[in-house]
Design a protein around this ligand. Structure first.
Ligand SMILES: Cc1cc2nc3c(=O)[nH]c(=O)nc-3n(C[C@H](O)[C@H](O)[C@H](O)COP(=O)(O)O)c2cc1C
Length: 173
């Protein structure tokens, strides 16, 4: 089986977890991305915005909402991976205001996705995948999609069996 790429965005710092603000040393989506890497030996790529996002949760929600409302494409750090060597690409991200962070859209729009298999997971605090799957489909025209994996952020570190089942359903494990 050819190697899989997991490209993920995640933000450490203050986040809203089960009703409380918690300072995360590692972001929830990063935790899940690393679990997938360990399970299937995938390559990992972190999608990072060039600008520094606030560590404060409330400030972050304001910045994220502005980016979404203006349909922004925040600049992301280079170099970007060459995806031609991967048949399957897993996109991972938090749910920000009902969909993926706009920096993930910046990443997606760098590529021609025809012929690729694209799967996505999202960590969230109650909204699940939101509209991220339909947004993903719009950004990755020509790809083949499969059902995404929503994981509650507070359960990221204990999500092993959920991840394993999803990878098995998709023939990746
Ligand atoms: C800017 C911002 C917006 C968010 N919007 C939502 C939302 O609309 N729905 C939801 O369920 N969770 C929302 N959350 C919570 C995150 O999706 C959740 O904490 C996620 O696990 C964070 O992932 P990360 O640690 O990988 O960045 C939001 C968090 C932030 C910082």
């Amino acid at each position: 089986m050819s190697k899989v790429l997991v490209a993920y965005f995640s933000r450490k710092g203050n986040n809203y977890v089960s009703g409380n603000i918690v300072n995360l040393a590692e972001g929830n989506s990063s935790v899940v991305a690393h679990k997938i890497q360990k399970l299937i030996g995938a390559d990992l790529f972190e999608i990072k915005a060039v600008k520094q996002y606030p560590t404060d949760y409330d400030e972050m929600t304001v910045v994220a909402q502005k980016e979404q409302n203006s349909d922004a494409r925040p600049e992301i750090a280079k170099p970007l991976p060459d995806i031609s060597q991967y048949e399957t690409i897993i996109i991972g991200h938090p749910n920000w205001w009902g969909t993926m962070p706009m920096a993930v859209m910046t990443f997606l729009e760098n590529y021609d996705w025809s012929g690729k298999k694209v799967l996505s997971f999202c960590t969230h605090e109650g909204s699940g995948m939101g509209s991220s799957e339909s947004d993903l489909k719009r950004a990755c025209r020509g790809a083949e999609f499969s059902k995404g994996l929503p994981i509650k952020g507070s359960r990221a570190s204990s999500s092993d069996s959920q991840i394993e089942n999803w990878l098995k359903e998709n023939g990746l494990l």
